[in-house]
Design a protein around this ligand. Structure first.
Ligand code: SAH
Ligand code: SF4
Ligand code: F3S
Length: 468
């Protein structure tokens, strides 16, 4: 089954199937004495999908290794968002091929958003015949069967579904952290921004049933988790595709009331941000005052061409409303060099950055994605100009990021200590506002939410010591 962009684009009113994962015990012993290595590209959704893949493989008795050279099975969970994500995957495949020449029994699999792309899969089919399995974002839970088929039939198995998508509950999960957890609240996206491949690789917007989400979070609280991040491409639109009169504000409230120490959510499309959500963030101390609010462009003309459904003015209006949340930090995503972007358009973007003074921003050069409308738009902006704009934008973004960090000097902040730090004698964690802090303390603090006094400011992080 090969992917089809045409099929992937379709949206119907058909009801979304919602069912439970059932384990098939026929595959339990396939991975005995075998190791798997998984490399993950892309966004948090892919990171969380990899946590599912790991658990599925461990149900088959595989064990994890963090060294590709030791692995019997290598899985690449890929991202299609920009050309360089593609290039990285094909570059990595070169290394895998090399390894396979010395260890021919290695099994290789490709999954994730690139596996949903026609051109990628046809390239793998024709030029990478040694890749054993390809599966997509819609049938990840069928990995055990697909892997078994490939071994049994000794041939390349390509199984990619270009469907609107279902919701499959209870797929097993092996979480990377004991303290922080990703929780999907919705899948897919219906916004179809003209530059973006996600609606084609992830299917239609499907919100999970609130009961299932709350049950998952309650279990995490019982297991000692301190933080959940609610995940979706447009979390603010949560519930709009259900018939429950229950939306993101309601969900935030119910998740906060499970008693979990910290609730985060990404990503917020400006279009669906409601006052109700803002009130809940203000009302509940455990809903973190951190909002990622992608801008993409400050020019109304470009925003329209992008299909973003807001204007510079309405974005700024929302931004100012969000700023009434005490101590809030706001970050963004910006694309430069969209087809036909003029110097004036770009200056509108700089103007918004000057007004919003973001805590931080991810900035990208527009990358045409096959099958999206923007890829066909006339683009007369040279790469040199795009690079220059990116540099100018980054200078401004960095200036404000650094100014925002300065405010933390000598302040006492809450940090969830989550891991060892690169810095000697330190552990690391994040503030409520998502600032990375290196804290001088010993391993006994792992997993604890502590008060930290900030003693030094670096460009991308803060240094601190325990305050109590
Ligand atoms: N759902 C999120 C975005 C997910 S993709 C939202 O709507 O805000 C993450 C970011 O990648 C986007 O915000 C955008 O800035 C960037 N991006 C997406 N497609 C791109 C493309 N074709 N070229 C360059 N950047 C892109
Ligand atoms: Fe892509 Fe737009 Fe959907 Fe975000 S909202 S995933 S940018 S189509
Ligand atoms: Fe990439 Fe797919 Fe996420 S394209 S950004 S991994 S949804």
């Amino acid at each position: 089954m090969l992917p089809s962009l045409l099929e992937a684009k379709k949206r119907t009113n058909n009801e979304v199937k919602n069912y439970k994962y059932t384990r098939c015990n026929d595959y339990n012993n396939i991975g005995i004495n075998k190791k798997y290595y998984i490399k993950t590209y892309g966004c948090q959704m892919n990171v969380h999908d990899s946590e599912n893949i790991k658990a599925l493989l461990e149900e088959m008795s595989f064990s994890e290794t963090d060294s590709m050279e030791d692995a019997d099975l290598i899985i690449l969970n890929t991202c299609a968002i920009r050309e360089n994500a593609h290039n990285k995957v094909f570059g990595f495949l070169g290394r895998v091929k090399h390894l396979k020449e010395t260890k021919p029994d290695i099994i290789t699999g490709i999954c994730g958003c690139m596996a949903q792309e026609e051109n990628v899969v046809s390239e793998i089919k024709n030029k990478y015949k040694w890749v054993d399995i390809v599966f997509g974002t819609h049938n990840l839970s069928e990995l055990p069967r697909i892997l078994n088929d490939s071994i049994k039939n000794n041939k390349q198995e390509i199984e990619v579904l270009s469907i609107e998508g279902d919701i499959i509950e209870d797929i097993p999960v092996k979480r990377d952290s004991k303290y922080k957890a990703w929780v999907n609240i919705m899948y897919g996206c219906d916004k179809f921004c003209t530059y973006c491949i996600v609606p084609y690789t992830r299917g239609k917007q499907r919100s999970r049933n609130p009961k299932d989400i709350i049950r998952e979070v309650e279990k995490l609280v019982q297991d000692g988790y301190k933080e959940v991040t609610l995940l979706g491409q447009n979390v603010n639109a949560y519930g709009k595709d259900l018939d429950l009169n229950y939306y993101m504000g309601d969900l935030l409230k119910d998740v906060a009331e499970t008693g979990i120490a910290r609730v985060r959510f990404v990503t917020s499309h400006p279009w669906d941000f409601t006052d109700d959500m803002i009130n809940i963030i203000k009302e509940y101390d455990n809903v973190m005052p951190y909002i990622h609010l992608p801008l993409q462009s400050g020019s109304d003309r470009i925003l329209k061409l992008m299909g973003r459904r807001y204007t510079k003015e309405s974005y700024l209006e929302l931004f100012n409303k969000l700023k009434t949340i005490p101590n809030v930090s706001i970050t963004t995503d910006i694309i430069v060099g969209f087809p036909g972007e003029t110097e004036e358009d770009f200056e509108e973007t700089l103007d918004v950055v000057n007004k919003c003074k973001y805590d931080s921003a991810f900035t990208f050069i527009f990358s045409p994605r096959d099958g999206t409308p923007a890829a066909k738009m006339k683009d007369d902006v040279t790469l040199t100009t795009k690079n220059e704009r990116l540099q100018r934008l980054n200078e401004l973004v960095n200036k404000y990021a650094s100014l925002n960090n300065q405010k933390y000097l000598n302040k006492i902040v809450d940090v969830l200590i989550e891991d060892r730090s690169n810095k000697d004698g330190c552990l690391m964690g994040y503030t409520d506002t998502m600032k990375l802090v290196n804290v001088k303390c010993d391993d006994s603090y792992l997993g604890k939410l502590v008060k930290v006094k900030i003693t030094d400011i670096k460009t991308w992080s803060l240094d601190g010591e325990l305050a109590e």
